[in-house]
Design a protein around this ligand. Structure first.
Ligand code: DSN
Length: 429
């Protein structure tokens, strides 16, 4: 074996080890999911090797006959699923979609309103994220930490004072629907663009189980397509633009604004995932939310503080868990990883230090995808409690995690149900 073949072998071995690890783990990162077997196949197609720029029928390259067919189908399915007039399946991620929208609708110095990072906003709203890169001036909505949502009365005042060019809703710790309808009159009075970053809850919205931002008056929604929407690592824009000019701005914000080629293999996988979500999305979303609520209840019963008990903990896939008394989010998420339970530390509203937060964030979407139901949520809560509260040896808990996981390694809510989630796709031996 040559030296470089050995280096390549090393990479392959790491992937195999990763697959073994995840096959034996409980993945609870709220922003991840498993793509379906059929959609995964699209990722290794020749589409991966090709270029397309612009829109179907108006390309700058040849060789796009079937690329155009796939893009038109993905657009048709997106419009059907989200009941919208305009769609764009070219953003290569949720953050790329967000920068594209900021380019389309804002300019340097424009005021924008959104939630604060510590209240669960996405990093793209930060000064050092997309909003800052585009030079917009941030104003955060006052936040009601008891309700884990925007404080409507105070936010009304902020919107009227700031008169934002863009009002952004949506978060990465997204427990409850944003109060869009409650703010509709002031948003209209100010006449701003209304934008909803639906990355986390996209699958739930599409499944009809969360709020429906476009029906509530939002003009543009962006999202990544690999969280509660269980598709490829990619991005999407759906909108009901005010007029043709706005449609043109949205299109040019994405291309040439922030993409050149738009990862055609991922777009093809998205086409498959859209069709699957139209068929299975309602049942899947329903079970995701049931599981999240059941997990919240089971943790609370075991003495672990889950935020918003008075509201049933969550109306989405996500839970915010306060583990300060057990050592904080950094320690607890590390101990959980040692026991093969994968989650992330997360700031809670009172926190100021991102690297030593009081909380962890848990998501139920991937556990649901592999067939777990409310009964398993109690088992998962018990395993978490043994690590967090009892401080039992993580090696011992890990053995029980592996045992539980044995029956849950198949993908559900998709065509070809029951395929292994962790099979290595070998094209060469
Ligand atoms: N960083 C992701 C999350 O975990 O919420 C979103 O891009």
């Amino acid at each position: 074996m040559t030296d470089m073949r050995a280096e390549a072998k090393f990479v392959e071995e790491m992937i195999d080890k990763h697959h073994d690890w995840f096959e034996n783990s409980l993945p609870m990162i709220a922003s991840e999911n498993l793509i379906s077997p059929l959609a995964r196949e699209m990722l290794v197609s020749d589409f991966h090797d090709r270029y397309a720029e612009g829109l179907p029928g108006e390309r700058y390259y040849h060789g796009n006959i079937y690329v155009d067919e796939v893009e038109l189908k993905a657009l048709e399915l997106t419009k059907k699923l989200f009941k919208c007039e305009h769609a764009d399946v070219r953003p290569t991620s949720g953050t790329v979609a967000n920068i594209g929208i900021l380019k389309a609708l804002g300019k340097h110095g424009d005021p924008i309103t959104h939630c604060a990072l510590s209240d669960g906003a996405h990093i793209s709203t930060a000064k050092f994220g997309a909003v800052g890169v585009r030079g917009l001036v941030s104003h955060t909505y006052p936040f009601d930490t008891h309700e884990m949502n925007i404080d409507v009365d105070a936010a009304r005042k902020t919107i009227l004072e700031v008169r934002p060019k863009i009002a952004l809703f949506g978060r990465s710790v997204f427990l409850f629907p944003a109060p869009i309808k409650e703010l509709e009159d002031v948003l209209q009075e100010v006449g701003c663009y209304t934008w909803y970053d639906g990355a986390h809850v996209l699958g739930l919205i599409a499944g009809g189980k969360f709020q429906d931002p476009l029906r509530e008056g939002i003009q543009v929604m962006t999202g990544s397509t690999h969280k509660t929407f269980p598709g490829p690592q990619h991005g999407i824009v759906v909108a009901n633009p005010q007029n043709e000019k706005m449609t043109r701005k949205l299109n040019s914000g994405i291309f040439p604004g922030v993409t050149s080629n738009h990862h055609l293999h991922a777009m093809a996988a998205l086409g498959i995932s859209l069709a699957e979500h139209i068929e299975f999305g309602a049942a899947y979303s329903d079970q995701i939310i049931r599981n999240a609520q059941a997990l919240g209840q089971a943790l609370q019963e075991r003495g672990i503080k889950v935020l918003c008990e008075h509201k049933g903990f969550t109306a989405s896939h996500a839970l915010a868990v306060d583990v300060e008394e057990y050592g904080g989010g950094a320690l607890i998420s590390q101990l959980m990883e040692d026991a093969n339970m994968i989650a992330n530390m997360n700031m809670l509203p009172r926190d100021t230090k991102p690297k030593s937060p009081s909380g962890i964030r848990l998501g139920s979407q991937e556990l649901t995808r592999i067939g777990m139901k409310e009964g398993q949520m109690s088992e998962v809560a018990e395993l978490i409690k043994r690590v967090v509260v009892d401080k039992e040896a993580t090696e011992k808990v890990k053995q029980d995690v592996i045992q539980l996981k044995k029956d849950f390694n198949k993908i559900h809510y998709c065509f070809h149900e029951g395929h292994s989630a962790y099979k290595r796709y070998r094209l060469v031996s």
